[in-house]
Structure formats: structure tokens, C-alpha cells
Design a protein around this ligand. Structure first.
Ligand code: ADP
Ligand code: MG
Length: 228
């Protein structure tokens, strides 16, 4: 469902050029739980931005569910993004003025989901991440771990083709981080496709496939072997 072919990305700053991705090719199937792992500056966020249709490659191809994303217009790109991609960021990226429930509903507004259905799915998702009692709280009234769980509920309530999580445990204490990983596991088990971006090999070990990246290139790709 996801296919990158020889994707390259260069950032230009004045006379300086930084080659963030030097030719990345990878296929990710529906339902996979993939970790992209690499040190700081290796190109992980650049790769996430391209996978999430927040940025486009300079060279190469990106097929998402068969659509060549390098050929769609800016307007269609944002439409596809709101339909197909659920984002989870290190900084949670919740809207501070909205309640947990309203934050979770927001992507579904963009998708055109009817109000009643939106509300139902948002409540169900917040219950699923253990926040059924906190739906009317605003982000600042929640702990970091709770805020990240709202962000996860927001990502999957919209039923995306793929959930992209960039260092989702990076700002959390180990207990909250473990809770977040447990929820990602459960989402994988119920059929969601997850790409988890991390510099932490302990976190990456929780995925069923690990893709290592260094200096903008994939250096290894391994799946959990043996009988399930
Ligand atoms: P990671 O997420 O693995 O830390 P990034 O994808 O953020 O790596 O960055 C890859 C490389 O590209 C780094 O050398 C970084 O400094 C550079 N880079 C990232 N974003 C930009 C940008 N907007 N402008 C210029 N250089 C950038
Ligand atoms: Mg990064």
C-alpha cells in the first residue's frame, strides 16, 4: 500500500545543501507495524513528512494506495492527507482551545463525517485510550501521557490508511511511554498500519519490522521471524 522508490530530498539554505534523503526505497504492506530507527539528523522526520504528504520528494516516486503522490496537486494532496493519514507527534500538537473531544473530532470535520457519527467515533476512541472520563478537558488540564493518548485517539478515530507516529514517547516519562506503546500495539492488532519513527532501539523493538536509516539511506530492514 505504501511504496517509495529511490526518494531523494535536499534542503537548500543559501549556498548550503543538506542531502536529507539520498535515495530511499521501501514497501510497507497494509497492517504492518514498522519502526523507522536512526540517530538524530539521519532523515527520519523528512521521511515521515514525505510519507504523510506534508512534503514532496525532489526525486523518486511515492505510491500511496496506488496513487502516485508526486503527481497530485497541492489541493488534492491535502485532501488525501486528511482522508488517509493519522499523525502522532512528539509534541502532541493538540489545539489548546479545544477539549479532548473537539480535538478528536477535528480531522473528521475535514473529512466531512456527519456530526452525530463524528461524536460517536470520538467518544468511542477516547474511551479506548482510557480517557472516557476526560473528554471535556482541555490539553493543559491533562498530563503529557493523557495528551498523547488524545492525539492517538484523534489519529485513529478518523480511520486513516496509515498512522504515522514521530517519536511519540519522546516527551513522556517511561510509564506514560509504555502506555502509549501498549495502545499502538492494540491498534496494530486490530488491523491498523503503523509507522513509528524513533531514535530509541528499545521502542523500535516493539514493532514487528525495523528499518534502520543513517545519513539518509536505509541500512537494514528486519522483521520479527519465526512462528507467531
Ligand atoms: P531526524 O528526524 O532523523 O533527526 P531530519 O529529517 O529532521 O532528521 O533531518 C535530516 C537532515 O536534514 C539533518 O541534517 C537536518 O539538519 C536537515 N534538515 C531537516 N529539515 C531541514 C530544513 N527544513 N531545512 C534545512 N535542513 C533541514
Ligand atoms: Mg526528527
Amino acid at each position: 500500500m505504501i511504496e517509495l522508490k529511490n526518494v531523494k530530498k535536499v534542503y537548500k539554505m543559501g549556498d548550503n545543501e543538506v542531502a536529507a534523503l539520498g535515495g530511499v526505497s521501501i514497501s510497507i504492506a497494509d497492517g504492518e507495524f514498522t519502526a523507522i530507527i536512526g540517530p538524530s539528523g539521519s532523515g527520519k522526520s523528512t521521511l515521515m513528512n514525505i510519507l504523510g504528504c506534508l512534503d514532496t520528494p525532489d526525486e523518486g516516486d511515492y505510491f500511496l494506495d496506488g496513487t502516485d503522490m508526486t503527481k497530485v496537486s497541492e489541493k488534492n494532496l491535502s485532501r488525501i492527507r486528511s482522508r488517509k493519514i493519522g499523525f502522532i507527534f512528539q509534541q502532541f500538537n493538540l489545539l489548546q482551545k479545544l477539549t479532548a473531544l473537539e480535538n478528536v473530532e477535528l480531522p473528521m470535520i475535514y473529512q466531512g463525517v456527519p456530526a452525530k457519527e463524528r461524536r460517536r467515533r470520538a467518544m468511542e476512541s477516547l474511551e479506548r485510550v482510557g480517557l472516557g472520563e476526560r473528554i471535556h478537558h482541555k490539553p493543559k488540564e491533562l498530563s503529557g501521557g493523557q495528551q498523547q493518548r488524545v492525539a492517538i485517539a484523534r489519529a485513529f478515530a478518523a480511520k486513516p490508511s496509515i498512522i504515522l507516529a514521530d517519536e511519540p514517547t519522546g516527551n513522556l516519562d517511561s510509564k506514560s511511554g509504555a502506555e502509549v506503546m501498549t495502545i499502538l500495539h492494540q491498534l496494530h492488532e486490530s488491523g491498523n498500519t503503523i509507522v513509528l519513527i524513533t531514535h530509541d532501539s528499545k521502542v523500535a523493538a516493539e514493532a514487528t519490522r525495523r528499518v534502520r536509516i543513517a545519513d539518509g539511506l536505509i541500512t537494514s530492514d528486519d522483521r520479527n521471524g519465526g512462528a507467531a
